[in-house]
Design a protein around this ligand. Structure first.
Ligand SMILES: Cc1ncc(COP(=O)(O)O)c(C=O)c1O
Length: 421
Protein backbone atom coordinates (compact mmCIF):
# COMPACT_ATOMS: atom_id res chain seq x y z
CA UNK A 1 0.00 0.00 0.00
CA UNK A 2 1.34 3.44 -0.82
CA UNK A 3 1.25 6.36 1.61
CA UNK A 4 -1.92 7.88 0.13
CA UNK A 5 -3.89 4.64 0.52
CA UNK A 6 -2.61 4.13 4.06
CA UNK A 7 -3.46 7.76 4.85
CA UNK A 8 -7.01 7.35 3.59
CA UNK A 9 -7.54 4.26 5.70
CA UNK A 10 -7.45 6.00 9.10
CA UNK A 11 -6.68 9.71 8.83
CA UNK A 12 -9.11 12.64 9.02
CA UNK A 13 -7.49 15.87 7.80
CA UNK A 14 -8.17 19.41 9.03
CA UNK A 15 -10.55 21.70 7.10
CA UNK A 16 -11.29 18.87 4.68
CA UNK A 17 -14.56 17.47 3.40
CA UNK A 18 -13.11 14.11 2.43
CA UNK A 19 -15.92 13.12 0.09
CA UNK A 20 -15.14 15.92 -2.36
CA UNK A 21 -11.47 16.63 -1.68
CA UNK A 22 -8.53 15.41 -3.72
CA UNK A 23 -6.14 13.00 -2.01
CA UNK A 24 -3.43 14.43 0.23
CA UNK A 25 0.04 14.88 -1.25
CA UNK A 26 2.75 12.92 0.60
CA UNK A 27 5.63 15.18 1.64
CA UNK A 28 8.83 13.41 2.62
CA UNK A 29 11.19 16.27 3.41
CA UNK A 30 11.36 20.04 3.88
CA UNK A 31 14.43 22.25 3.73
CA UNK A 32 14.67 26.03 3.52
CA UNK A 33 11.74 27.16 1.38
CA UNK A 34 11.27 23.82 -0.36
CA UNK A 35 8.81 21.01 0.29
CA UNK A 36 9.86 17.68 -1.27
CA UNK A 37 7.10 15.25 -2.31
CA UNK A 38 7.29 11.46 -2.38
CA UNK A 39 7.07 11.40 -6.19
CA UNK A 40 10.18 13.59 -6.51
CA UNK A 41 8.36 16.85 -7.20
CA UNK A 42 9.34 20.00 -5.31
CA UNK A 43 7.31 23.00 -4.17
CA UNK A 44 8.34 26.43 -2.95
CA UNK A 45 6.48 26.94 0.34
CA UNK A 46 5.00 30.36 -0.45
CA UNK A 47 3.06 30.51 2.83
CA UNK A 48 5.76 29.10 5.16
CA UNK A 49 3.43 26.23 6.11
CA UNK A 50 0.70 28.47 7.51
CA UNK A 51 3.23 31.15 8.49
CA UNK A 52 5.21 29.01 10.93
CA UNK A 53 8.57 28.18 9.28
CA UNK A 54 9.68 31.80 8.88
CA UNK A 55 13.41 30.99 9.19
CA UNK A 56 13.17 28.22 6.61
CA UNK A 57 12.27 24.59 7.18
CA UNK A 58 14.64 22.44 9.23
CA UNK A 59 16.80 25.46 9.99
CA UNK A 60 19.98 23.90 11.36
CA UNK A 61 20.62 26.60 13.95
CA UNK A 62 17.26 25.71 15.50
CA UNK A 63 17.21 21.94 14.94
CA UNK A 64 20.63 21.48 16.54
CA UNK A 65 19.61 23.37 19.68
CA UNK A 66 16.34 21.46 19.93
CA UNK A 67 18.11 18.11 19.40
CA UNK A 68 20.53 18.93 22.24
CA UNK A 69 17.67 19.98 24.51
CA UNK A 70 15.85 16.72 23.76
CA UNK A 71 18.83 14.75 25.09
CA UNK A 72 18.76 16.66 28.35
CA UNK A 73 15.20 17.45 29.45
CA UNK A 74 12.30 16.30 27.31
CA UNK A 75 9.23 17.11 29.35
CA UNK A 76 8.29 17.92 32.91
CA UNK A 77 5.10 19.10 34.60
CA UNK A 78 5.10 22.92 34.61
CA UNK A 79 2.83 23.19 37.61
CA UNK A 80 5.19 23.22 40.59
CA UNK A 81 8.36 22.85 38.47
CA UNK A 82 10.28 25.23 36.27
CA UNK A 83 13.28 24.93 33.92
CA UNK A 84 15.93 26.91 32.08
CA UNK A 85 14.31 26.89 28.59
CA UNK A 86 11.03 28.37 29.95
CA UNK A 87 12.80 31.05 31.98
CA UNK A 88 15.20 31.88 29.16
CA UNK A 89 12.29 32.15 26.72
CA UNK A 90 10.45 34.54 29.03
CA UNK A 91 13.57 36.74 29.22
CA UNK A 92 14.11 36.70 25.43
CA UNK A 93 10.47 37.42 24.66
CA UNK A 94 10.02 40.21 27.19
CA UNK A 95 12.89 42.02 25.44
CA UNK A 96 11.01 42.17 22.13
CA UNK A 97 7.37 42.38 23.27
CA UNK A 98 5.68 45.77 23.80
CA UNK A 99 7.06 46.92 27.13
CA UNK A 100 3.81 46.66 29.08
CA UNK A 101 3.79 42.86 28.60
CA UNK A 102 5.15 41.30 31.79
CA UNK A 103 3.79 37.77 32.29
CA UNK A 104 3.70 34.69 30.06
CA UNK A 105 1.16 31.86 30.23
CA UNK A 106 1.98 28.76 28.17
CA UNK A 107 -0.44 26.78 26.03
CA UNK A 108 -0.42 24.58 22.95
CA UNK A 109 -1.48 26.40 19.78
CA UNK A 110 -3.12 29.55 18.41
CA UNK A 111 -6.64 28.56 19.44
CA UNK A 112 -5.70 27.89 23.05
CA UNK A 113 -3.65 31.11 23.12
CA UNK A 114 -6.77 33.10 22.19
CA UNK A 115 -9.00 30.95 24.40
CA UNK A 116 -6.86 31.97 27.38
CA UNK A 117 -6.87 35.60 26.20
CA UNK A 118 -10.67 35.51 26.33
CA UNK A 119 -10.65 33.80 29.74
CA UNK A 120 -8.20 36.40 31.10
CA UNK A 121 -10.51 39.21 29.93
CA UNK A 122 -13.64 37.63 31.42
CA UNK A 123 -12.03 36.57 34.70
CA UNK A 124 -10.24 39.91 35.11
CA UNK A 125 -13.69 41.46 35.54
CA UNK A 126 -15.19 38.51 37.41
CA UNK A 127 -12.42 38.68 40.03
CA UNK A 128 -13.28 42.34 40.66
CA UNK A 129 -16.98 41.65 40.97
CA UNK A 130 -17.80 43.45 37.72
CA UNK A 131 -20.79 42.16 35.79
CA UNK A 132 -19.10 42.01 32.39
CA UNK A 133 -19.54 38.92 30.25
CA UNK A 134 -19.61 40.13 26.64
CA UNK A 135 -16.67 40.05 24.23
CA UNK A 136 -16.15 42.54 21.45
CA UNK A 137 -14.53 41.50 18.16
CA UNK A 138 -14.04 42.61 14.59
CA UNK A 139 -16.34 41.42 11.85
CA UNK A 140 -14.62 38.70 9.81
CA UNK A 141 -11.96 38.04 12.44
CA UNK A 142 -10.54 34.56 12.92
CA UNK A 143 -9.21 33.41 16.27
CA UNK A 144 -9.23 29.62 16.11
CA UNK A 145 -11.42 26.56 16.44
CA UNK A 146 -12.00 25.98 20.17
CA UNK A 147 -15.33 27.21 21.60
CA UNK A 148 -14.27 30.63 22.87
CA UNK A 149 -12.16 31.22 19.77
CA UNK A 150 -15.01 30.12 17.48
CA UNK A 151 -17.41 32.42 19.34
CA UNK A 152 -15.32 35.53 18.76
CA UNK A 153 -14.48 34.60 15.16
CA UNK A 154 -16.69 36.45 12.70
CA UNK A 155 -15.68 34.05 9.98
CA UNK A 156 -17.69 31.09 11.11
CA UNK A 157 -19.67 29.98 8.08
CA UNK A 158 -19.03 26.34 8.88
CA UNK A 159 -19.62 26.58 12.65
CA UNK A 160 -23.41 26.19 12.46
CA UNK A 161 -23.48 23.04 14.60
CA UNK A 162 -22.04 24.90 17.59
CA UNK A 163 -23.48 28.40 17.44
CA UNK A 164 -26.02 27.97 20.21
CA UNK A 165 -23.16 27.24 22.64
CA UNK A 166 -21.15 30.37 21.86
CA UNK A 167 -20.33 33.10 24.37
CA UNK A 168 -21.95 36.47 23.72
CA UNK A 169 -20.05 38.59 21.22
CA UNK A 170 -20.65 42.03 19.72
CA UNK A 171 -18.91 43.05 16.51
CA UNK A 172 -17.54 46.21 15.01
CA UNK A 173 -16.22 46.79 11.47
CA UNK A 174 -12.48 47.23 10.97
CA UNK A 175 -11.25 50.84 10.68
CA UNK A 176 -10.24 51.64 7.11
CA UNK A 177 -9.32 55.32 7.50
CA UNK A 178 -12.36 56.85 5.86
CA UNK A 179 -14.79 55.10 8.27
CA UNK A 180 -12.77 55.64 11.48
CA UNK A 181 -15.10 58.17 13.11
CA UNK A 182 -18.14 56.04 12.26
CA UNK A 183 -16.46 52.97 13.82
CA UNK A 184 -15.60 54.93 16.96
CA UNK A 185 -19.09 56.35 17.43
CA UNK A 186 -20.61 52.87 16.87
CA UNK A 187 -18.17 51.48 19.43
CA UNK A 188 -19.05 54.11 22.02
CA UNK A 189 -22.72 53.33 21.58
CA UNK A 190 -22.09 49.59 22.02
CA UNK A 191 -20.04 50.20 25.15
CA UNK A 192 -22.69 52.35 26.78
CA UNK A 193 -25.43 49.74 26.34
CA UNK A 194 -23.53 46.52 27.10
CA UNK A 195 -21.33 44.79 29.66
CA UNK A 196 -18.21 44.42 27.53
CA UNK A 197 -15.31 42.64 29.23
CA UNK A 198 -12.74 42.43 26.46
CA UNK A 199 -11.94 43.28 22.85
CA UNK A 200 -10.12 40.63 20.79
CA UNK A 201 -8.62 41.64 17.46
CA UNK A 202 -6.09 40.63 14.85
CA UNK A 203 -3.99 43.80 14.69
CA UNK A 204 -3.73 45.34 11.20
CA UNK A 205 -4.01 42.10 9.18
CA UNK A 206 -6.92 39.65 9.31
CA UNK A 207 -5.25 36.51 8.04
CA UNK A 208 -8.05 34.02 7.46
CA UNK A 209 -10.31 36.80 6.13
CA UNK A 210 -7.89 36.76 3.18
CA UNK A 211 -5.14 39.04 4.46
CA UNK A 212 -7.48 42.00 4.83
CA UNK A 213 -5.59 45.00 6.17
CA UNK A 214 -6.83 47.97 8.19
CA UNK A 215 -5.77 51.34 9.47
CA UNK A 216 -3.28 51.66 12.36
CA UNK A 217 -4.51 55.12 13.43
CA UNK A 218 -8.10 53.85 13.51
CA UNK A 219 -7.13 50.78 15.51
CA UNK A 220 -5.22 52.97 17.94
CA UNK A 221 -8.36 55.07 18.51
CA UNK A 222 -10.41 51.93 19.15
CA UNK A 223 -7.85 50.70 21.69
CA UNK A 224 -7.85 54.09 23.41
CA UNK A 225 -11.65 54.03 23.78
CA UNK A 226 -11.54 50.44 25.08
CA UNK A 227 -8.82 51.25 27.61
CA UNK A 228 -10.75 54.29 28.83
CA UNK A 229 -13.65 51.94 29.57
CA UNK A 230 -11.49 49.24 31.20
CA UNK A 231 -12.19 46.81 28.35
CA UNK A 232 -9.31 44.32 28.22
CA UNK A 233 -7.60 44.60 24.82
CA UNK A 234 -6.50 41.18 23.55
CA UNK A 235 -4.23 41.30 20.49
CA UNK A 236 -4.31 38.03 18.59
CA UNK A 237 -0.82 38.08 17.03
CA UNK A 238 -0.87 34.36 16.21
CA UNK A 239 -0.51 35.22 12.53
CA UNK A 240 1.06 38.71 12.63
CA UNK A 241 3.70 38.08 15.31
CA UNK A 242 7.46 37.68 14.94
CA UNK A 243 8.52 40.07 12.18
CA UNK A 244 6.01 39.38 9.44
CA UNK A 245 4.56 42.90 9.45
CA UNK A 246 8.03 44.47 9.25
CA UNK A 247 8.11 45.06 13.02
CA UNK A 248 8.46 42.40 15.70
CA UNK A 249 4.73 42.62 16.38
CA UNK A 250 1.86 44.33 14.57
CA UNK A 251 1.04 45.96 17.93
CA UNK A 252 4.30 47.91 17.56
CA UNK A 253 2.56 50.08 14.92
CA UNK A 254 0.11 51.43 17.53
CA UNK A 255 0.94 53.74 20.40
CA UNK A 256 -1.75 52.13 22.60
CA UNK A 257 -0.59 48.68 23.66
CA UNK A 258 -2.74 45.61 24.22
CA UNK A 259 -3.32 44.28 27.75
CA UNK A 260 -3.02 40.70 26.52
CA UNK A 261 -1.23 39.15 23.52
CA UNK A 262 -1.77 35.73 21.91
CA UNK A 263 1.22 34.11 20.20
CA UNK A 264 1.85 30.87 18.34
CA UNK A 265 2.79 29.74 14.79
CA UNK A 266 6.20 31.41 14.13
CA UNK A 267 6.81 31.47 17.90
CA UNK A 268 8.45 28.05 17.57
CA UNK A 269 9.73 28.60 14.02
CA UNK A 270 7.62 25.79 12.55
CA UNK A 271 9.34 23.11 14.60
CA UNK A 272 7.04 22.22 17.48
CA UNK A 273 3.51 23.22 18.48
CA UNK A 274 3.25 25.79 21.23
CA UNK A 275 1.21 28.86 22.14
CA UNK A 276 1.64 31.67 24.64
CA UNK A 277 -0.69 34.23 26.13
CA UNK A 278 1.14 37.21 27.59
CA UNK A 279 -0.28 40.01 29.70
CA UNK A 280 0.47 43.22 31.52
CA UNK A 281 1.11 43.45 35.26
CA UNK A 282 -2.34 44.99 35.71
CA UNK A 283 -4.07 41.89 34.33
CA UNK A 284 -1.85 39.53 36.33
CA UNK A 285 -2.50 41.47 39.53
CA UNK A 286 -6.25 40.93 39.19
CA UNK A 287 -5.60 37.18 39.57
CA UNK A 288 -3.00 37.48 42.36
CA UNK A 289 -4.78 36.91 45.65
CA UNK A 290 -4.96 34.82 48.82
CA UNK A 291 -8.20 33.45 47.45
CA UNK A 292 -7.26 30.39 45.36
CA UNK A 293 -10.35 30.69 43.16
CA UNK A 294 -9.10 34.02 41.82
CA UNK A 295 -6.22 32.21 40.07
CA UNK A 296 -6.32 31.23 36.39
CA UNK A 297 -7.26 27.58 36.66
CA UNK A 298 -6.22 26.56 33.22
CA UNK A 299 -3.42 24.15 32.39
CA UNK A 300 -2.21 22.11 29.45
CA UNK A 301 -0.19 18.94 29.96
CA UNK A 302 2.59 20.09 27.60
CA UNK A 303 2.79 23.64 29.05
CA UNK A 304 6.31 25.02 28.49
CA UNK A 305 7.55 21.83 26.84
CA UNK A 306 11.36 22.29 27.02
CA UNK A 307 12.21 21.44 23.37
CA UNK A 308 9.42 23.78 22.18
CA UNK A 309 10.78 26.56 24.43
CA UNK A 310 14.24 25.92 22.98
CA UNK A 311 12.90 26.21 19.42
CA UNK A 312 11.26 29.51 20.39
CA UNK A 313 14.45 30.91 21.96
CA UNK A 314 16.48 29.99 18.86
CA UNK A 315 13.79 31.50 16.63
CA UNK A 316 13.90 34.79 18.55
CA UNK A 317 17.71 34.81 18.34
CA UNK A 318 17.39 34.55 14.57
CA UNK A 319 14.60 37.12 14.36
CA UNK A 320 16.66 39.82 16.06
CA UNK A 321 19.82 38.97 14.08
CA UNK A 322 21.15 41.43 11.51
CA UNK A 323 20.96 38.73 8.85
CA UNK A 324 17.23 38.01 9.25
CA UNK A 325 16.41 41.71 9.59
CA UNK A 326 18.21 42.30 6.27
CA UNK A 327 16.34 39.40 4.69
CA UNK A 328 13.01 40.84 5.88
CA UNK A 329 13.91 44.18 4.27
CA UNK A 330 14.86 42.52 1.02
CA UNK A 331 11.62 40.45 0.82
CA UNK A 332 9.65 43.67 1.47
CA UNK A 333 11.48 45.38 -1.41
CA UNK A 334 10.97 42.46 -3.77
CA UNK A 335 7.22 42.43 -3.06
CA UNK A 336 7.10 46.18 -3.70
CA UNK A 337 8.78 45.72 -7.08
CA UNK A 338 6.39 42.90 -8.02
CA UNK A 339 3.45 45.04 -6.91
CA UNK A 340 4.67 47.85 -9.17
CA UNK A 341 4.80 45.38 -12.04
CA UNK A 342 1.24 44.02 -11.69
CA UNK A 343 -0.54 47.10 -10.37
CA UNK A 344 -2.19 48.06 -13.67
CA UNK A 345 -3.12 44.55 -14.72
CA UNK A 346 -6.89 44.45 -15.41
CA UNK A 347 -7.28 41.22 -13.40
CA UNK A 348 -5.61 42.69 -10.30
CA UNK A 349 -7.40 44.67 -7.60
CA UNK A 350 -7.12 45.54 -3.86
CA UNK A 351 -3.34 45.18 -3.72
CA UNK A 352 -2.00 45.34 -0.19
CA UNK A 353 1.22 44.79 1.69
CA UNK A 354 2.43 45.00 5.26
CA UNK A 355 5.98 43.80 5.82
CA UNK A 356 6.53 40.48 4.08
CA UNK A 357 2.76 39.89 3.75
CA UNK A 358 1.69 40.63 0.19
CA UNK A 359 -1.83 40.07 -1.18
CA UNK A 360 -4.11 41.11 -4.01
CA UNK A 361 -7.54 40.08 -5.26
CA UNK A 362 -8.35 38.72 -8.68
CA UNK A 363 -10.85 40.94 -10.42
CA UNK A 364 -13.24 38.03 -10.93
CA UNK A 365 -16.16 36.63 -8.96
CA UNK A 366 -15.53 33.35 -7.20
CA UNK A 367 -16.37 31.34 -4.10
CA UNK A 368 -14.00 30.83 -1.18
CA UNK A 369 -13.84 27.06 -1.63
CA UNK A 370 -15.26 26.81 -5.17
CA UNK A 371 -14.02 25.19 -8.35
CA UNK A 372 -12.10 28.17 -9.68
CA UNK A 373 -10.19 28.46 -6.40
CA UNK A 374 -9.18 24.82 -6.84
CA UNK A 375 -8.01 25.54 -10.39
CA UNK A 376 -5.81 28.38 -9.12
CA UNK A 377 -4.35 26.08 -6.49
CA UNK A 378 -3.67 23.46 -9.16
CA UNK A 379 -1.98 26.03 -11.40
CA UNK A 380 0.41 26.93 -8.59
CA UNK A 381 1.13 23.33 -7.62
CA UNK A 382 1.62 22.24 -11.26
CA UNK A 383 4.26 24.94 -11.44
CA UNK A 384 6.04 23.98 -8.23
CA UNK A 385 4.59 26.68 -5.96
CA UNK A 386 2.62 26.04 -2.78
CA UNK A 387 0.24 28.99 -2.42
CA UNK A 388 -3.24 28.65 -0.94
CA UNK A 389 -5.60 31.19 -2.54
CA UNK A 390 -8.31 32.36 -0.12
CA UNK A 391 -11.29 32.75 -2.47
CA UNK A 392 -10.14 35.27 -5.07
CA UNK A 393 -7.26 36.47 -2.89
CA UNK A 394 -3.76 35.42 -3.75
CA UNK A 395 -1.23 36.05 -1.01
CA UNK A 396 2.44 35.39 -0.42
CA UNK A 397 3.89 34.90 3.05
CA UNK A 398 7.10 32.99 2.35
CA UNK A 399 9.88 32.31 4.88
CA UNK A 400 12.10 35.36 5.55
CA UNK A 401 14.94 33.23 4.20
CA UNK A 402 13.35 32.72 0.76
CA UNK A 403 15.91 33.38 -2.00
CA UNK A 404 15.46 35.98 -4.74
CA UNK A 405 15.36 33.15 -7.28
CA UNK A 406 12.56 31.44 -5.39
CA UNK A 407 10.64 34.68 -5.05
CA UNK A 408 11.05 35.38 -8.77
CA UNK A 409 9.67 31.95 -9.53
CA UNK A 410 6.60 32.66 -7.35
CA UNK A 411 6.10 36.03 -9.09
CA UNK A 412 6.48 34.49 -12.57
CA UNK A 413 3.94 31.76 -11.85
CA UNK A 414 1.45 34.37 -10.58
CA UNK A 415 2.15 36.54 -13.64
CA UNK A 416 1.58 33.58 -15.87
CA UNK A 417 -1.77 32.92 -14.15
CA UNK A 418 -2.85 36.55 -14.59
CA UNK A 419 -2.23 36.30 -18.31
CA UNK A 420 -4.18 33.05 -18.58
CA UNK A 421 -7.42 33.71 -16.69
C1 LIG B 1 -5.05 35.05 13.95
C2 LIG B 1 -5.18 33.61 14.30
N1 LIG B 1 -5.57 33.25 15.53
C3 LIG B 1 -5.68 31.96 15.91
C4 LIG B 1 -5.43 30.94 15.01
C5 LIG B 1 -5.58 29.52 15.45
O1 LIG B 1 -4.34 28.92 15.55
P1 LIG B 1 -4.19 27.31 15.59
O2 LIG B 1 -4.54 26.85 14.22
O3 LIG B 1 -2.77 27.09 15.94
O4 LIG B 1 -5.14 26.81 16.62
C6 LIG B 1 -5.02 31.25 13.71
C7 LIG B 1 -4.74 30.18 12.73
O5 LIG B 1 -4.65 30.37 11.56
C8 LIG B 1 -4.90 32.62 13.34
O6 LIG B 1 -4.51 32.98 12.11
Amino acid sequence: MNLVTRDQKHLWHPLTQHKISPEALPIVKAKGSILYAEDGSEYIDGIASWYTAMYGHCNEYITEKVAAQMQNLDQVVFSGFTHEPAVQLSEALIKILPENQQKLFFNDNGSTATEIGIKMALQYHHNQGNNRNVMLAFEEGFHGDTFGAMSVSGLSVYNGAFEEHFIEVLRIPVPLGENNSEVISGLEELISGNNIAGFIYEPLVQGAAAMKMHDAAGLNEILKVCKKNDIVCVADEVMTGFGKTGKYFASDYMETKPDVMCLSKALTAGLLPMGLTTCSQKIYDAFYADDISKGLFHGHTYSANPPACTAAIAGIELLVSEEIQQQIKSVIKSHQAFDEKIKDHPKVTNRRQLGVIYAFDLHIKMERYGNLRNQLFKHFMDNGIFLRPLGNTIYILAPFTVSQMELDKIYNVIDDLLNKI
